[in-house]
Design a protein. Sequence first.
Lengths: 201, 201, 201, 201
Amino acid sequence: MTKTVDPDPPAARVGRPRSERSRSEVLRAASDLMREVGLRAMTTDEIAARSGVGKATIYKWWPNKYAVAVEAFLAAMDTAAADPDTGSAERDFRLALRGIMQFYRGPNGRVFAQLIGEAQSHPDIAAELRHHLMQPRREVGRAIWDRGVARGELRTDIDREIAVDLVFGPAMYRLLATDAPLDAETADAIVAAAMRGLAAV
Amino acid sequence: MTKTVDPDPPAARVGRPRSERSRSEVLRAASDLMREVGLRAMTTDEIAARSGVGKATIYKWWPNKYAVAVEAFLAAMDTAAADPDTGSAERDFRLALRGIMQFYRGPNGRVFAQLIGEAQSHPDIAAELRHHLMQPRREVGRAIWDRGVARGELRTDIDREIAVDLVFGPAMYRLLATDAPLDAETADAIVAAAMRGLAAV
Amino acid sequence: MTKTVDPDPPAARVGRPRSERSRSEVLRAASDLMREVGLRAMTTDEIAARSGVGKATIYKWWPNKYAVAVEAFLAAMDTAAADPDTGSAERDFRLALRGIMQFYRGPNGRVFAQLIGEAQSHPDIAAELRHHLMQPRREVGRAIWDRGVARGELRTDIDREIAVDLVFGPAMYRLLATDAPLDAETADAIVAAAMRGLAAV
Amino acid sequence: MTKTVDPDPPAARVGRPRSERSRSEVLRAASDLMREVGLRAMTTDEIAARSGVGKATIYKWWPNKYAVAVEAFLAAMDTAAADPDTGSAERDFRLALRGIMQFYRGPNGRVFAQLIGEAQSHPDIAAELRHHLMQPRREVGRAIWDRGVARGELRTDIDREIAVDLVFGPAMYRLLATDAPLDAETADAIVAAAMRGLAAV
DNA sequence: GAATAAACGAGACGGTACGTCTCGTCTTATG
DNA sequence: CATAAGACGAGACGTACCGTCTCGTTTATTC
């Protein structure tokens, strides 16, 4: 099977084509609104009003405002998580976690937290976030882990997923459930503790 | 001054006193509804209908349905987090994390996740949860840590809060942002990894 | 006949007697409120608050706020309609209608109109008003009529009730359904027209 | 310029046009409800439920249920008051008043009374009723009067408005403030008395 | 260049939950 | 025992947002 039809590109569909301008205006308006009033307070009517796009058009291309929000959020941020690859797993983890903390701390951090929050009641949002946000991040973590194991820097008797959870979990815990700081020093301290362990000797 | 402050007890307030029955019925109805239809789909009208309490009475004592939900949730669960205190910090952490994972896995787990989710848009809910749920849990973690340090089982160069984050953070990360399992084996593996660290030797 | 049984006075009923102060305070508060905010906007709670009387006490002695309003209204106004009896039916009617118009025009006029309005949906209010307000007024009209007939000033082939309607009806018509003036000149014009008739010669 | 101003007709307004079906269903439902349960007991929710129209739509086009009621009432009745014009003012008045009495007596009579009643607390309802109900009726009365004067049947020293009040006032007085009958004989008696006057000779 | 087709903006629509308000009843402690 | 204070159940109110629909218009491909 050599990759079949591919429905869109040469399709040259009849009728008026989808307006790219509308799409981008909707996403921009949603992105702004999320930051200004928050995810919950943002209304579809306001997105429509700000973007100059009809409400029906929004509902034609997105199932609800949360889908718009997720797409707007992903488009607005640099979705590709950078993989440091400095030659040291500890240094890589440090840089990766610092990046995450910085992101959480920034203007998109609260929006992200609200999206994760909304996802607890909307399985489709949850799936979308997991696929486009969490997975890429974890993938970087896994790559760091694998390289460290290959270099003999890391234990081999620990499940890779557990290891990634240990490094990335505390940051989200702090973001969503505490008001503890999310700064670079904290990132470094978490990575240091995770690497060397809590037990004495 | 013999008479201690204590403004209320002998107050013998004038007028009809608040109905304890109404309060408990509201909380019970809310608790049931959260489990049955979820936090978002639960409506104030339905709480009123099920509890036989007037809607105005609900709004008199709680500002909105989320405040009811938080109180109902706290009342419904054994809010006092048990402190194992087995004489070993690792064993204590293991038991504590197993307890948390079991709670997350159970019927209240999803409700809790939805509450944390809602808290991202409602600062007052967030404060309530932090004060009545997160803090007691962390307090147990801190006690375990302090005892372990006193016994010489744990490192002394690690910030206590970081240590608690390392043990409890991954569980919440899994609950809210992944669909990874939340079983006892995972709890044990997380504690083991946290104690011994990720770095080789 | 020296004033008969009258069940209460010597009864020396057991328990705390009804507070006359409460009764009058309720009526005073209701009377004020009706004039200030209107009959519909007046609430039982506000009557209670202003009068310093418990709401339950109000409902103990009156079935609802409209009953309070009727009683307050009757108490506040000089309920006894004066019978002029000048020796001339036309002059009597003129004076009576002038009095009615003046009353309609005054601060109690709008309250009265609102009571009549409310009575359209509350048969008990209607009955109360008819008995204590309309009937005494009509009685004066009937007396004027009878004296005029006896004096030979008035036709004998007209039903007395019709005659009274003809003199008093236009005023209420103006009060309730038009914004035509309610002054003494109008009163005189109505009586003059009613007396002499509309037909030429 | 041949094409006269006429701003609306070819307007071809943008957006979905107002649903005529919704409007008429609301009015029909309100009309039914007023007759069935009365004006006060009729609720906006019930109008919405019966008409299959959203509550928000009702509030979009009418400020409250009374505005709906007035419009429904006017639409349901033959708003154009017929002008008899028989060639005799007395006969014209008789027919007109008979018609009014019949209307008051009928199923719409009580609704009308309740509307007038409500108007005592709602100036906008009052204005609406005056403009669309009272004025047309009075206009007929004025026309009858003018024709009678032209034909020399009626006095010329009586104010036209006073004359109309004299004929139409008693009927409303009876409807709203007494329980006296509203039949054709009464109508005839009133007109007869008004025409010939109350005074002897 | 006319016909066809789809997407578009505007905005009205049915539905539903919200939080507020008033009614008339009740449950206390007080006089 | 009547009272004042005030909490209560019931239920209507008017608002807000959701997601759908119905217009007339615009922008493309197809004949």
